[in-house]
Design a protein around this ligand. Structure first.
Ligand SMILES: *Cc1c(COP(=O)(O)O)cnc(C)c1O
Length: 223
């Protein structure tokens, strides 16, 4: 990716985000998180220099490596991947600005326990498996609101900020829309939630039209 590519890619995505946002007449801005999991520190730097500040990784080790490589840049790092229990302490030490993938009560309990030991807090989103796909992590939509409340009450070192989901994996746009609607409904019911993270390179415009306030775009930015 050249510097020119970086500027052009970012400009294109931001223009599309704004176009979709204005269609839903949303007063709030939609935040763009650049998912850099398939990219190098060099390419991240190019996007940073084009104006992008929020980046996300899906593996704890990759997050650590890239943070170290780019430690002189004030990047807001997000974590979006499945978190294994044996990596919890490592993730806490990396201080992500937002963890998108809290996907079970057990993980919440374990994460909270370890946060308490370290006397730290973490901003998290509850991941919803809104398309009911076996290959995806996330809690069942039916239990999501109850789980959200339970985590808020019991696990006080976790700051729940909202919900996250990955759209249905299909070319059928109706199904994709349906999955976003499921997540948006849950988002609306969860008290105090402010972030609805949904939409990736293939479907972020649809996600915005159906209520996303944060999109996670990888391949369309780094190309
Ligand atoms: C990889 C990834 C993305 C970005 O996917 P693209 O299709 O490359 O835009 C977004 N969210 C999560 C959780 C991811 O793992």
């Amino acid at each position: 990716m050249t510097n020119e590519n970086a500027i052009e890619n970012l400009d294109k995505i931001i223009t599309k985000i704004e176009f979709s946002r204005l269609q839903v007449n949303n007063q709030k801005i939609v935040q763009l998180v650049a998912i850099s999991k398939y990219s190098t520190a060099e390419d991240i730097k190019k996007l940073y220099e084009s104006g992008q500040r929020a980046f996300g990784e899906n593996k704890v080790q990759d997050l650590k490596t890239k943070q170290e490589q780019l430690e002189d840049l004030p990047i807001a790092w997000h974590f979006v991947g499945t978190l294994q229990k044996n990596k919890i302490n490592n993730l806490i030490d990396l201080n992500p600005i937002l963890m998108h993938s809290l996907d079970s009560l057990e993980l919440a309990e374990e994460l909270d326990k370890k946060l308490k030991i370290k006397n730290k807090k973490m901003n998290c989103l509850l991941q919803i498996n809104s398309a009911y796909e076996d290959t995806k992590s996330g809690v069942n939509p039916e239990n999501a609101v109850n789980l959200y409340e339970e985590i808020q009450e019991k696990y006080t070192n976790i700051n729940l900020k909202g919900v996250m989901s990955i759209g249905a994996h299909t070319d059928n746009n109706e199904k994709v829309i349906e999955s976003f609607q499921v997540t948006k409904k849950i988002f609306d019911k969860c008290k105090g939630s402010t972030i609805c993270s949904m939409g990736m390179s293939n479907d972020f415009e649809t996600a915005i039209l159906h209520g996303a306030s944060m999109v996670r775009v990888g391949s369309a930015l780094f190309k």
